[in-house]
Design a protein around this ligand. Structure first.
Ligand SMILES: [Zn+2]
Length: 267
């Protein structure tokens, strides 16, 4: 966060207690130098991220569902309303989050080593195979919300149909949901819990799993996916923690989970 000179409104450097331009003393810089908190730290970024998420994903998806609902009078078109509001909110959410945090993007993809990579890939493969079978076991262990699978299964689903809903739009919105959730619930949330609490690794995995599952539900509103969401969030928090804080594995893992489902329902 920028701290400005009260007198000439110049942006001050981190150590610039007295403005180099006009000499005015800055109490904010003085405080920041004492506490080390310049307001742009992980707690601030997480707070901002969560506020944006709640406004856009939570309230926004409700508003957009109603807006898209006014375009279609047919009740069977609910997949159109839901998937398009998901597409719009996920595009806005991804753009806002990644623009606000662009400075910290470069170091988050991969920080691990080869040994970790091989271990994480084997764990991912085991859970990928699991998600292949989970939706077949029961009606409450779905990977994708029912409104999406029934659309994919309907026989009318096309990658590009030029009509209201396209498979590619649905897939794109789900990938954007993954990008938003991994950045917010994995990187920002775990980093804050790690740096600002005395919680152990296992507790951090459990807490982030619970929070991310609840917020994921708030966005997708699909009770049939809660159990799988819980499992996937726990796996992803683990993948992040044991890869020296890298997001790339959990992002690829979740995209593959979704892609496999699309293949199952479309073929
Ligand atoms: Zn000044």
């Amino acid at each position: 966060m920028k701290i400005r000179c009260k007198n000439c409104y110049r942006v001050l450097e981190p150590q610039e207690e007295y403005c180099k331009n006009c000499g005015t003393h800055s109490i904010e810089i003085q405080k920041a130098m004492q506490t080390g908190d310049y307001g742009g730290g992980p707690v601030y970024r997480l707070k901002m991220g969560l506020i944006l998420f709640l406004i856009i994903a939570f309230i926004g998806s409700g508003i957009f569902t109603i807006i898209f609902g006014t375009f279609t009078s047919d009740a069977t078109e609910s997949v159109f309303n839901k998937s398009n509001s998901l597409l719009v909110t996920s595009i806005i959410c991804t753009a806002v989050l990644y623009i606000v945090n662009y400075k910290s993007l470069k170091d988050f993809f991969w920080n691990g080593n080869w040994k970790q990579l091989l271990g994480l890939i084997s764990i991912s493969v085991i859970f990928l195979v699991m998600t292949f079978f989970l939706p077949k076991i029961s009606s409450i262990t779905k990977v994708l919300p029912n409104f999406i699978t029934s659309y994919l299964h309907s026989g009318t689903a096309r990658w590009f149909s030029g009509k209201n809903t396209n498979v590619s739009f649905v897939l794109l919105s789900l990938i954007l949901v993954i990008l938003v959730e991994e950045f917010l619930f994995r990187r920002l949330l775990i980093d804050v819990l790690d740096e600002h609490t005395m919680l152990g690794d296992l507790m951090i995995v459990l807490i982030t799993t619970l929070i991310s599952t609840v917020l994921d539900f708030a966005w997708m509103m699909a009770p049939e996916t809660i159990i799988v969401s819980l499992v996937l969030n726990m796996v992803c928090s683990g993948l992040y923690m044991y890869s020296n804080r890298s997001l790339i594995i959990s992002i690829i893992f979740r995209i593959l989970v979704v892609a496999i489902q699309f293949i199952i329902y479309l073929v």
